[in-house]
Design a protein around this ligand. Structure first.
Ligand SMILES: [Zn+2]
Ligand SMILES: [Zn+2]
Length: 281
């Protein structure tokens, strides 16, 4: 296994291992590149003291990282880089367009090696994790998913990140947990548009292995869509477990490296100081 470019530490409210514990595990796994990418959901850009709930509260108002936690993560991770040369200091930037000044503030931190651009919630709505799909018809679910892609396309046109995180994140819940049968081919045009935009901006996508460990049972995005990225000339590709504890680090990475190979990729990408470095697959 070459890399794990997506993981969370105790600086994310929904994760439990310290950065040091994560690095020890990464060392055991022999990773060539390992990124800690704690949550920074820009639309929740508040100091920790202004959140009503403590860390780990199962409430959307607290999930996904306050300003204090995001900045503290970056400082703590960069302090560990000397001890762990394979370590990369990243952030998972959620909904940057929903609070651009927050996004700009975090992106101005010179310690950052790598930025994942993620979309966890449509504008004005709760995280896809929290939505009650049981009260929605299949066409309403399609609409929520389509709207997520429209907003992702806007984020890609802005392009202030390195790779697009888990493109099909809502499917973990819509398909995996609620059993909706979504025909993804209906969305190929907008996904292609997203990919062309990323390609033309020199950006990439990630294969997020977390869907394999959940009811959805596929990586995010799935193999057919990863192949679409290759077919439009996409070159930048990272793989990440989205581990929220040390024991999950590296989960299904090898399997997704095989998928990347079978889609025609010969290199994976890691980022240092926001610059792409290619590692032979
Ligand atoms: Zn995410
Ligand atoms: Zn994540």
């Amino acid at each position: 296994m070459i890399m794990d470019m997506h993981s969370h530490t105790s600086f994310s409210p929904d994760a439990e291992s310290s950065p040091e514990q994560m690095c020890e595990r990464a060392e055991q796994l022999g990773l060539k590149a390992y990124a800690i990418t704690d949550h920074c959901d820009c639309n929740y850009w508040l100091p920790e003291s202004e959140h009503e709930y403590p860390v780990y509260a199962k409430d959307d108002t607290m999930m996904y990282g306050s300003r204090d936690y995001a900045q503290a993560s970056i400082k703590a991770v960069s302090a560990l880089k000397e001890k762990y040369p394979f370590l990369l200091c990243g952030i998972e930037l959620g909904q940057p367009l929903q609070n651009m000044s927050a996004a700009e503030q975090i992106l101005s931190m010179s310690e950052l090696d790598f930025v994942i651009g993620s979309h966890h919630m449509n504008s004005g709505c709760a995280d896809f994790y929290w939505l009650d799909y049981s009260s929605m018809s299949p066409s309403e679910v399609d609409k929520v998913f389509e709207e997520s892609l429209v907003q992702i396309l806007d984020m890609c046109r802005w392009g202030g990140f390195d790779v697009l995180g888990h493109l099909t994140y809502p499917l973990r819940f819509m398909v995996g947990d609620y059993g909706f049968d979504i025909d993804l081919r209906k969305f190929d045009d907008i996904i292609r548009e997203i990919f062309l935009t990323l390609r033309d901006n020199g950006k990439g996508i990630e294969i997020n292995t977390k869907g394999l460990r959940q009811n959805y049972g596929k990586p995010l995005p799935d193999e057919r869509i990863i192949k679409m990225w290759k077919d439009v000339g996409g070159e930048v590709l990272t793989i990440g477990s989205d581990a929220h504890k040390a024991a999950e680090l590296g989960a299904d990475i090898g399997r997704c490296e095989d998928i990347a190979r079978s889609c025609g990729f010969r290199y994976l990408t890691c980022f240092r100081q926001r610059r792409a470095e290619f590692i032979k697959l």
